[in-house]
Write a protein that binds this ligand. Structure first.
Ligand SMILES: Cc1ncc(COP(=O)(O)O)c(C=O)c1O
Length: 440
């Protein structure tokens, strides 16, 4: 690339700011950046300018790759300097419908011209329809709408605790929830209280109590951890953030059986795996298993806005009464219009079948890549992980040079999750580029 400015220097300058400096002054950053020879006279591309601006003014809670996306359509995005890429990460499955699906955009625009937000103090004409439709899709009796995935997880935790106290009869304050090593359920204090990832926890104590951690994929460990105070088991049917970790065959069935036998709730976090990503409508379908509570998010928002929910039967969700839980934006009419259209397309166009068919091809083709650094290629549907023996970042950079956007998770695994509706010829082209970038 013909830049005479090193973006690494921009990052280094931003990182070298003391916390107070970061909070108080962009000028300090610019002085330091100048020292690193990032001057107005430098031939700075639009991407570099925006990256520097973002690093200066945004908290550094992410480490984005150096591409600045300006537009997106379907599976393709274009950066501010006009370079085109295939988006093979899809906002961690929030873009199962691709960027700006025309029907979802049209539904949003139509709703923008009617009403977007109503106080939950009143009814609106879409929340009920949305809940009914999502209940039907999950086979559950009721739905509690929220916004982000982490909020849906929080909602499931509150549901399980109340159910434990009110229905199961565990003394209030004693309810415990079992979760898994290397889980990822979001970023709130309660949610990171379950995390076994030190970088997600450091400095955020005191944590929420009441969680027990067991090894993922180990049904016996789950059973051993259950006590009379246990009210639920919370897990991901495939661990996404941990590096597309598939549990052993039979795990989901065993979990279902253990939860039923011990009278505890099975809480499936399908925020990332749900809505067709893994080749079934929900990843639990793979073993014909129905959890007590579905935790849903990401793709439910059609790639347009945050929409999340929990779905369960009334003997479970009935533990809430007015005032016990809620969210100003949860179930707002704009979100409902978007999610209703997304669910319509999901079923009408049989997205699970699309993910299955395209995913099989993708996985097969990637397993042909010859590279000593690759330890394993694994996945289900269109949720694929390529695990390396070494840090994967250099390969991610190589993929970008081939016009492929993806990112490593947990340092060594590159997750590929293209939009489920990526056209066949685009998928073929993406596969060709990935093979070129990853082959030795
Ligand atoms: C399995 C799972 N649960 C919950 C979340 C949190 O969702 P959000 O980022 O919308 O809060 C994520 C996000 O990646 C996730 O993968």
């Amino acid at each position: 690339m013909a830049y005479d400015v090193n973006i690494g220097a921009v990052h280094a300058a931003a990182r070298s700011l003391a916390p107070g400096e970061f909070a108080s002054s962009g000028a300090v950053f610019l002085r330091r950046a100048a020292k690193e020879k990032i001057t107005k006279e430098s031939r700075v591309s639009e991407s570099e300018r925006i990256i520097a601006q973002t690093e200066n003014y945004c908290a550094h809670n992410y480490a984005p790759k150096h591409v600045v996306i300006a537009t997106g359509e379907g599976a393709r995005v274009t950066d501010v300097d006009g370079r085109e890429y295939f988006d093979m990460l899809s906002a961690y499955s929030a873009l199962n419908f691709g960027h700006r699906h025309p029907e979802i955009v049209a539904a949003a625009k139509e709703q923008l011209d009617r009403v977007t937000l109503t106080s939950r103090a009143f009814y609106n004409d879409l929340t009920g329809e949305f809940c009914e439709r999502l209940a039907a899709l999950t086979g559950k009796e009721a739905v509690l709408p929220m916004n982000t995935g982490a909020e849906a997880v929080e909602t499931a935790i509150k549901t399980a605790r109340r159910w434990g106290a009110f229905v199961k009869g565990v003394p209030e304050g004693r309810q415990r929830i079992i979760c898994c090593e290397n889980n990822f359920h979001g970023r709130t204090v309660t949610v990171v209280s379950m995390s076994t990832d030190e970088s997600a926890r450091r400095g955020f104590a005191p944590f929420t109590e009441g969680f027990d951690v067991v090894r993922y994929g180990d049904a016996e460990a789950l059973e051993r951890a259950i006590t009379p105070d246990t009210v639920a088991f919370l897990f991901e049917p495939i661990q996404g953030e941990a590096g597309v970790i598939l549990p052993p065959d039979g795990y989901l069935k065993a979990v279902r059986e253990i939860c039923s036998r011990h009278g505890i709730l099975m809480l499936a976090d399908e925020v990332q795996t749900g809505f067709a990503r893994t080749g079934d409508m929900f990843a639990c379908d793979h073993e014909g298993v129905v959890p007590d509570v579905y935790i849903l998010g990401k793709a439910l928002g059609g790639g347009i806005m945050p929409v999340s929910a929990v779905a369960a039967d009334k003997d479970i969700l009935g533990v809430f009464e007015p005032g016990s839980h809620g969210s100003t934006f949860g179930g707002n009419p704009l979100a409902c219009a978007v999610a209703l259209k997304a669910m319509e397309i999901l079923v009408r166009d049989d997205y699970p079948a699309l993910a299955r068919r395209k995913g099989e091809k993708f996985l097969k083709e990637l397993s042909f890549v010859k590279n000593e650094d690759i330890l394993q290629v694994r996945g289900r549907g269109l949720m694929t992980g390529v695990e390396f023996r070494i840090p994967a970042a250099p390969y991610v950079a190589k993929l970008m040079r081939h016009g492929i956007l993806a990112k490593e998770t947990h340092e060594r695994t590159i997750r590929f999750a293209p939009p489920v509706n990526i056209p066949d010829e685009q998928l073929d082209e993406a596969i060709r580029r990935i093979k070129a970038a990853l082959s030795q």
